[in-house]
Design a protein. Structure first.
Length: 392
């Protein structure tokens, strides 16, 4: 077709906004499985990335240290490692520390050193707050105060592995074929508004919360300023980081159910709320008034994961693709249907959610996965969450 480039890109914009690929697998029976299907599925969407970022989150991989926080830290300078380890030894009891095993991979050049530490907060340090709050303080202290050191994974019995390269390259480099987990998420990056570097690859993580994201968070500025009031520091130079902190703040610290968290991040439009009946109408108005600064604007498709649960969520008008399928014990979420059918040709169920309608998969549920054909209103679980949050 003549002048196809002009037809597809009339303003000659040099950015590719629709890039990035996401894929996730949850074994709803809680069985640890190989990541091989995940590697194949994300590699099948190679055209959606450009080799400037790839990564994985895996749950259930450290059973021998299940009660310890697994801290993954990347270092650009040996001096930074000395400073971080001095900081940790003053505040934590360290059960084990080692360099994360890697293999030589031609496509990976000049990688940072990556170490992992299995540890627990020491008595006498910040005893007035929970262990989770102490771990978050340590992550923020290191990421803001120690040059050339970045904590990129800090949960229990799970780990994030990421860097500059295609995701299948990162899987080879970090020897992920040697791990087994019951929940896997994978991301292939096509950076648009931020530079490509090892810490900027997805997933983003705090404690056991991880987020992979396709799209652009245009509300990043106001989201970030709101989160800073609660002690979160955004240091990894990309908009997706705020999504991990939003989920941690709402679900862990404020104890809201995920059904409410998704309504805060991707609420119904005002015109939809106006047409709703009471009490749903007034309850959703309260959510938008109280948490307006945590509304996520811009096109996005995200997968949020933590132990025992995986949630897929689109923006309200579905500007980024997301599909889901169930095959046997596995729930799949992907940017493209083809990648799901590549690894599971015979699906029991397949669907594409409407904008703002979450896909929720949990371990050991009677109903393997929940998908809602129309936007859900405020449930009894939501109302209980509103009471916890002091909104009703």
């Amino acid at each position: 077709m003549k002048n196809l480039r002009t037809f597809n890109n009339p303003y000659r914009d040099d950015k590719v906004f629709e890039g990035c690929a996401i894929f996730a697998l949850l074994n709803q029976a809680g069985k640890n499985v190989s990541g091989e299907p995940v590697f194949r599925a994300i590699a099948n969407m190679r055209n959606r990335g450009n080799g400037l970022g790839g990564g994985f989150a895996v749950y259930g991989i450290y059973p021998e240290y299940a009660e310890h926080y697994a801290l993954h830290v990347m270092y650009d300078d040996p001096a930074a490692r000395e400073e971080v380890e001095c900081y940790l030894k003053d505040r934590f009891d360290i059960a084990e520390e080692e360099e994360v095993p890697t293999r030589k991979t031609p496509a990976v050049s000049h990688p940072p050193q990556v170490f992992r530490y299995f540890l627990k907060p020491r008595a006498g340090w910040m005893d007035d707050v929970t262990e989770d709050e102490r771990m978050i303080r340590a992550v923020m202290d290191i990421n803001t105060g120690i040059k050339d050191a970045f904590v990129f994974s800090s949960g229990k019995n799970m780990g994030v592995f990421k860097g500059v390269g295609h995701p299948e390259t990162m899987a080879e480099y970090f020897r992920l074929d040697e791990y087994r987990g019951y929940l896997w998420t994978a991301h292939s990056r096509f950076p648009t508004n931020s530079r490509a570097w090892w810490g900027g690859a997805h997933p983003f993580s705090i404690l056991d919360w991880t987020v992979i994201h396709n799209g652009e968070v245009s509300s990043y500025g106001i989201n970030r300023r709101y989160l800073e009031m609660f002690g979160y520091a955004c240091t990894l130079e990309t908009d997706t980081e705020v999504l991990a902190y939003i989920v941690d703040l709402l679900a862990r610290r404020q104890r809201l159910p995920m059904s409410l968290v998704t309504k805060i991040m991707a609420p119904p439009l005002w015109e939809e709320i106006e047409r709703m009946k009471e009490p749903e109408r007034s309850e959703l108005i309260k959510l938008r008034q109280v948490y307006g600064s945590l509304l996520v604007n811009g096109p996005f498709a995200v997968v949020i994961a933590h132990h025992g649960e995986m949630i897929g969520l689109n923006d309200r008008i579905r500007l980024r693709p997301m599909t889901a399928g169930i095959g046997g014990e596995n729930l799949y979420i992907s940017s493209e249907e083809a990648s799901i059918r590549l690894v599971c040709p015979e699906l029991d169920e397949f669907w594409s959610p409407q904008g703002g309608d979450p896909i929720v998969g949990k371990v050991k549920l009677e109903t393997p996965a929940l998908h809602v054909p129309v936007r859900p209103l405020v449930s009894d679980e939501d109302r209980a969450g509103l009471k916890v949050g002091g909104l009703i």
